[in-house]
Structures are given as structure tokens and as C-alpha cells.
Design a protein around this ligand. Structure first.
Ligand code: IPE
Ligand code: IPE
Ligand code: MG
Length: 243
């Protein structure tokens, strides 16, 4: 458990992280891109644990987008292997999991993911379903547009079945049919690595999110950066269209 966590008057309920810059981190060191992903995975664990200790209730980490399949086969393979290793490691950490009480949820398209990875995902979600201190959403094979398309299809199927009528379709119903159903929208979305775009992350949910950008590459991201985000968040004036 972390000690010396600064006091924050207002905490975001949900923080989204676009874990970007692993490849450049590795390149700067003359290493293979996969070495950057490996380091990025360590950062993910560290930042997760720190945010949990700070008291944030929901987090979403962008791990693999629906567009990332276009990368070289070798890199995609290395990433899938890392995801498996992360889940296998989690299985070993039973005592620690009980202390940290983190609920894991994978959001994204299941189709296309390797079968053995899917089994590990199912197992981890089942095993951590009893925890309620924090929900960690891992966006894996995730695309915001794919998610909305998915929601549209399932709503359309309900209309076709006569379960609901067209007039029952409203924003709440759409929110109830996306992967993060039941969770608050992200209050703030963090993108390191010097890029200023969402890259298909939380398209529906980010309608009123604050943004936090930084040149830091994800493997170099620190607990101190989280403190910066949270102290910046205190100064944001969220009007939601009001005055
Ligand atoms: C993010 O780091 C990790 C994934 C997209 C899986 P990148 O691999 O995109 O790193 P850069 O952007 O090339 O530095
Ligand atoms: C976004 O990063 C996806 C993840 C971090 C998983 P990318 O590196 O794929 O985004 P682009 O291609 O620079 O927009
Ligand atoms: Mg990138």
C-alpha cells in the first residue's frame, strides 16, 4: 500500500488512460518494440495500484485497439503473450488480490482474440467479480465505434423482438447497452506520449470528459504524474453546458 498520498478535495470517479508511447520508449533505447510493451505493462500495474490506493473507483486502460491488428504479426503476438502473462501472474497473487480488492473487467470485442486468452479473461473476471473497491476496465480489442455499433445492434434486436418500442430509445438506454454499462463516464482521460487524439477510445463515454496530455512516454509514467493529473482536476470548471 502506498503511503504519503496527497489529500485531494475532489476525486474523479473514473479515469481513462491511453497507454501510449511504448514503441518510442523502446526505440529511444535501441530495443525492440516488445521491450517497450513489457515495460508499459509494469507501469500499468504500478499506476493501477496507486490509483486504487488514492481511492479512485473506476479506471479504464486502453491496452489494444481494434486498429492495432494492423501492426506486424510479431508485435501483435508479443502483446497477446503479455496479456496472458499478466493474467497468469494475477492468478498467483491471490493474497494480494484479496487486499487490493480490484475487480477486473475486459471491454472490447471478444471475437478475434486467441482462445486461451479468452479463457484467462473469463476466469479473471469471474474470480474478481466479488471485489468492489475499484473496477479496472481493460480495453482489449476495443474500439469506440465498434462498441456503439454493438449497442445499436442489440437495441435494434430488442425493437425487432417487440421487447421495446422505438420511442423507448434514449441516451440512458444507449449507455446501458455499451460495455461500461452501470459505470460512470470518465471524468478525465489521460494521454501521454505527446499525441492529442482519442484514437477510438471511449467514443460515447467521453462526451463530457476532461483531457490531460503529456509528453511522457507511458513506460516512464509515474505516481507523481497521477498526482499532477489529480491536482489539475481540482481546477477544472466543469459546466456541462450550464453557466
Ligand atoms: C501503445 O504504445 C501500446 C499499444 C498500442 C498496444 P505504442 O506501441 O503505440 O507506442 P508508440 O506510439 O509506437 O510509441
Ligand atoms: C492507441 O494508441 C491504442 C492504445 C494505446 C492501445 P495507438 O498508438 O494505436 O494510436 P495511434 O495509432 O497513434 O492513433
Ligand atoms: Mg502509439
Amino acid at each position: 500500500m502506498y503511503k504519503n498520498i496527497p489529500e485531494f478535495e475532489v476525486l474523479p470517479q473514473h479515469v481513462g488512460f491511453i497507454m501510449d508511447g511504448n514503441g518510442r520508449w523502446a526505440k529511444n533505447r535501441g530495443l525492440e518494440r516488445s521491450a517497450g510493451h513489457k515495460e508499459g505493462a509494469k507501469t500499468f500495474r504500478r499506476i493501477c495500484e496507486y490509483c486504487a490506493d488514492v481511492g479512485i473507483k473506476h479506471m479504464t486502460f486502453y491496452a489494444f485497439s481494434t486498429e492495432n491488428w494492423s501492426r506486424p504479426e510479431k508485435e501483435v503476438g508479443a502483446l497477446m503473450k503479455l496479456f496472458k502473462e499478466y493474467l497468469l501472474e494475477g492468478e498467483e497473487r491471490t493474497a494480494e488480490n484479496d487486499i487490493r480488492q480490484m475487480r477486473l473487467k475486459f471491454i472490447g470485442e471478444k471475437e478475434g482474440l486467441p482462445k486461451d486468452l479468452l479463457k484467462l479473461i473469463e476466469k479473471a473476471e469471474k474470480k474478481t467479480a466479488k471485489y468492489s473497491k475499484i473496477t479496472i476496465n481493460i480495453a482489449l480489442n476495443y474500439g469506440g465505434r465498434a462498441e456503439i455499433t454493438h449497442a445499436v445492434k442489440s437495441i435494434a434486436a430488442k425493437v425487432a423482438d417487440g421487447e421495446i418500442s422505438v420511442d423507448d430509445i434514449n441516451e440512458n438506454l444507449v449507455s446501458d447497452n455499451i460495455y461500461t454499462a452501470g459505470q460512470p463516464d470518465p471524468d478525465i482521460i489521460v494521454r501521454p506520449s505527446g499525441e492529442f487524439r482519442l484514437s477510438n477510445f471511449l467514443t460515447w463515454q467521453s462526451a463530457y470528459s476532461e483531457f490531460w496530455f503529456s509528453d511522457v512516454l507511458w513506460p516512464d509514467f509515474t505516481e507523481e504524474n497521477v498526482n499532477e493529473i489529480l491536482s489539475d482536476f481540482q481546477k477544472r470548471n466543469r459546466r456541462f453546458g450550464g453557466v
